[in-house]
Write a protein that binds this ligand. Structure first.
Ligand SMILES: Nc1ncnc2c1ncn2[C@@H]1O[C@H](COP(=O)(O)OP(=O)(O)O)[C@@H](O)[C@H]1O
Ligand SMILES: [Mg+2]
Length: 320
C-alpha cells in the first residue's frame, strides 16, 4: 500500500461540503512538514483555500503563497484556475500572439460557441493541470513543486471532469488535440503519478455518494488513493456511556443554577455519545463498501477552520 504523499498529483474529490478544501489544506500542511514544496490547485470563481490558511488576499490564477516558510517547512502555494483564464493562457502560449487571442477568443460569437461546447471548460482546465504537472511537479531540476494537490469540483461534476479527456480523444481521433487529451488522460489515470482520494463526512448522504463515487472512479480507471472521513466526533466516553444515560434518566431538572449547568453538561455529554455512535456506524458502513485505507479527521469545534486547526488536522494525516 502506498503512502498518501507517494504520488505527485493528489486529487481530493467528494460531495460539496464534505471537507475537500479543508482536507486538501490539511494534507498540504502535513506534506510541507515533511519538507515538500506543495501547490494546492482549486478551480472556479469562489476561491477558498487562502482564507482557510487565514489569508484575506486571494492568489488567483497566478498563484501565491498561503503560508510562510519555517525551519524545514517550505511555504505552501495555492492557485485558483478558471477555464476562461486557462483558455486565454493556452491561446496566447499556442499562437504567441496576444492580438490573435483577442480577435478569436474575446469575440462575442466565439465566446458563445465556447461556452456552449460541452466539456470545453473542463478540457481547458485539465490541459492546464497537465501542463503544470509537466512543468511544475515532474522530477526535474527546474520543478518548483514536489506535490500538486487538486481540490476537485464536487461529485457529479467531479467524474464528468475526469471523463472529458476520453471524450475528446474519441472526438478527435488523431492530431494535436488527440495527443493533448491523451496526455491529460495519462496523467489522471497513471497510478505512478496520481492518486484519486475520496473525502466524505460520516453522514448517510455523503457516505452513499462516496460509495457511488468510489465505484464510478474504479470503473473509469482512476488510481485509487485514500478514503478521508472528515469531521468525525471523538468517542470521549467509551464504556462510561451507560452510566451517563442512567444519570440522565434519574436526574430531573434542578432549580438552582449550578444544578442546571450540571444538567446541561450531562445532556451535552449524552448527545456527544449519540453523535459519536452515529459516526461509528457510518465508518462501519464505509469500511464494508470502500476497500481503501481510511484516514479519519476529527471534528473541529470552531466557528470556522483556521491555520491552527489545519495543524491539528495535519496531525491526523501524519501516519499516512
Ligand atoms: N474537521 C472539521 N471539523 C469541523 N468543521 C469542518 C471540518 N472540516 C470541514 N469543516 C467545515 O465544513 C464546511 C465545508 O468544508 P469544505 O472543506 O469547504 O468542504 P468542500 O470543499 O468539500 O465543499 C466548512 O465550513 C468547513 O470549515
Ligand atoms: Mg471546497
Amino acid at each position: 500500500m502506498s503512502g498518501l504523499f507517494d504520488k505527485r498529483f493528489l486529487i481530493f474529490s467528494g460531495k460539496g461540503g464534505a471537507g475537500k478544501s479543508t482536507a486538501a489544506a490539511a494534507a498540504a500542511v502535513a506534506a510541507a512538514r515533511r519538507g515538500k514544496h506543495v501547490l494546492i490547485v482549486e478551480i472556479g470563481d469562489d476561491e477558498r483555500i487562502p482564507s482557510i490558511f487565514g489569508n484575506a488576499r486571494k492568489n488567483g490564477y497566478a498563484g501565491g503563497p498561503v503560508s510562510s516558510a519555517r525551519a524545514g517547512v517550505p511555504p505552501i502555494w495555492s492557485m485558483c484556475l478558471t477555464a476562461r483564464e486557462a483558455l486565454r493562457e493556452f491561446a496566447v502560449r499556442s499562437v504567441k500572439f496576444e492580438l490573435f487571442y483577442e480577435a478569436i477568443f474575446e469575440n462575442r460569437v466565439m465566446r458563445l460557441f465556447t461556452t456552449a461546447a460541452p466539456g470545453l471548460d473542463e478540457l481547458t482546465i485539465m490541459g492546464k493541470l497537465e501542463f503544470m504537472s509537466r512543468d511544475a511537479v515532474e522530477p526535474a531540476k527546474h520543478a518548483r513543486f514536489d506535490l500538486m494537490i487538486f481540490d476537485a469540483p464536487a461529485t457529479g461534476h467531479g467524474l464528468a471532469f475526469f471523463k472529458v479527456p476520453l471524450t475528446a480523444m474519441s472526438l478527435a481521433r488523431m492530431g494535436p488535440l488527440h495527443s493533448k487529451a491523451e496526455r491529460m488522460w495519462h496523467l489522471v489515470s497513471d497510478p505512478a503519478r496520481t492518486a484519486f482520494n475520496i473525502v466524505t463526512l460520516p453522514e448517510e448522504m455523503s457516505v452513499n455518494e462516496s460509495i457511488d463515487l468510489y465505484t464510478a472512479s474504479q470503473a473509469l480507471g482512476l488510481p485509487a488513493g485514500k478514503l478521508i472521513v472528515d469531521a468525525v466526533h471523538p468517542d470521549v466516553f467509551g464504556s462510561d456511556e451507560a452510566m451517563l444515560r442512567d444519570a440522565q434518566a434519574r436526574v430531573s431538572m434542578p432549580a438552582d443554577l449550578d444544578g442546571r449547568i450540571a444538567r446541561a453538561a450531562l445532556d451535552a455529554a449524552v448527545s456527544s455519545v449519540a453523535r459519536s455512535q452515529a459516526d461509528r456506524e457510518m465508518l462501519a458502513k464505509l469500511a464494508t463498501a470502500i476497500p481503501l485505507e481510511r484516514i479519519v479527521l476529527p471534528f473541529i469545534s470552531a466557528p470556522r477552520i483556521g491555520p491552527a486547526d489545519l495543524e491539528t488536522l495535519a496531525d491526523s494525516l501524519d501516519g499516512f
